[in-house]
Ligand binder design. Structure first.
Ligand code: AMP
Ligand code: MG
Length: 413
């Protein structure tokens, strides 16, 4: 197959134009199972929260003005007219000169506009000595103070975590409408690649990529399907790819995209349907031979076998597509500014991504140190890296001491 490298920017544009990723639909699921799912409609409160003005302390509901001027030497003497039970409408009304006993979370009774803490009082039968004054609304959480009826509290596209689940529960929801999570089949290729959990024969290596990619798929909002390891042979490869396409919304493969005799992935993918391969190589480092195809409606990303290249390609190219299909509001990777700890070279004419570790230097601030080993084959490169620095195609190097932006392997919240 003819190879023409496109630039990184062209590749992103082509991927967006060709794949036009959109959410796949919605489903209603129990809120208890909604963690990490993506909200499919704005959450609008139908109630005030709290639904009634309530006490934030244990004590006595009063008219604030009845306590004005009270202090340790001159307590206000007020009459206890009853108590407010928690969890029901108050049956007492507080008149001038009166108080009603109240506990944290109970509704403020009519007539009262503040609560004195029990610690500030002393009770003798139904007379209460109040040793300090309170202002209006003191120790009261007003109805709707947290959330007002009609208020939009979460926007569609939000990923649901513990805090968002709590908010939805506060609105009274036991179920929630979320986007369908796209399913992503992940296939490794190569006669040397062995599934973890099996013995490792001589000359073989364990499959890193399918595992790291499945984890990255979860992190991006997709649902991975581990599709195993296939040798670089046409017939089994074709069969595995067909099966992956039938079972998933997107297919990811790794290995077999270079120019060696065993690198039959691009041609095999291309033969599976139209429009076929539309990117065969991007002017980036690492990850140059990456191939992207559309088979019918289904995107296929084929990454090189080097674990760092595969995962970096995923972050740069596949992750935004999965996020969009998952209904997530697109987010950039999180980034921070740092100072280059030494000169970092780029590959001529290619957008270069240098894996770096962040180190705090007391004088220079946060330093970006390139992770040693450089070879994109080493998984330790990735494990040690906190992120990567991007060097433009026309730039020869970033010099030591220059400020750089370090992209982290996680999303902006
Ligand atoms: P390839 O892109 O198939 O030429 O592979 C490049 C390098 O990555 C070779 O050293 C492979 O053994 C290695 N490799 C390929 N696939 C995997 C995998 N799934 N896990 C770990 N290493 C791999
Ligand atoms: Mg291979």
């Amino acid at each position: 197959m003819f190879r023409k490298l496109v630039t990184f920017e062209e590749a992103k544009e082509l991927i967006w134009q060709t794949l036009q990723p959109k959410p796949l639909g919605t489903e209603e699921i129990p809120l208890l199972e909604a963690t990490n799912r993506v909200l499919a409609q704005d959450a609008i409160s139908a109630i005030d929260i709290p639904p009634f003005s309530r006490s934030t302390v244990d004590g006595y509901a009063v008219k604030a003005e009845d306590t004005f001027g009270a202090d340790e030497n001159q307590p206000s003497k007020l009459k206890v007219c009853g108590f407010v039970a928690i969890g029901e409408t108050p049956r007492v009304t507080v008149a001038k000169g009166e108080v009603a006993e109240i506990v944290t979370g109970a509704p403020i009774p009519d007539g009262a506009d503040a609560v004195v803490m029990v610690e500030e009082t002393e009770r003798e039968d139904d007379v209460l000595n109040v040793y300090g004054s309170v202002t209006q609304n003191e120790n009261v959480m007003k109805k709707g103070a947290d959330i007002k009826s009609g208020e939009t509290v979460l926007l569609a596209g939000k990923v649901l975590g513990s805090r968002e689940v709590g908010v939805l529960a506060a609105l009274g929801n036991a179920k929630v409408k979320v986007y369908l999570a796209p399913t992503i089949a992940v296939l490794s290729t190569g006669g040397e690649v062995t599934e973890p959990g099996k013995p490792l024969p001589p000359g073989k290596i364990y499959d890193i990529n399918a595992y790291s990619l499945c984890a990255a798929v979860w992190e991006s909002g997709g649902k991975p399907i581990y599709a195993g390891v296939v040798p670089d042979e046409k017939v089994p490869l074709r069969r595995a790819l067909e099966q992956a396409l039938a079972s998933a919304d997107i297919v990811l493969t790794s290995g077999g995209v270079s120019v060696g005799p065993k690198d039959i992935i691009p041609a095999t993918v291309d033969s599976l349907g139209k429009p076929g391969v539309f990117i065969s190589g991007i002017a980036i480092k690492p990850g140059k031979p990456v191939t992207v195809a559309l088979i019918g409606e289904k995107p296929v990303f084929s990454f090189p076998g080097h674990p760092t290249s595969a995962l970096l390609n995923f972050f740069l190219l596949a992750r935004p597509v999965i996020q969009a299909m998952a209904g997530k509001v697109p987010t950039e990777l999180a980034s921070i500014k740092a100072v280059a700890d030494r000169r970092m070279f780029s590959a001529k004419g290619r957008r270069t991504f240098v894996m770096v570790q962040l180190v705090l230097d007391e004088v220079k601030g946060i330093l970006a140190e390139p992770v040693e080993s450089g070879a994109s084959g080493a998984i330790t490169t990735l494990a040690k890296a906190d992120g990567f620095v991007e060097i433009a195609e026309n730039q020869q190097f970033v010099d030591a001491g220059e400020q750089v932006r370090v992209w982290l392997f996680k999303e902006n919240a």
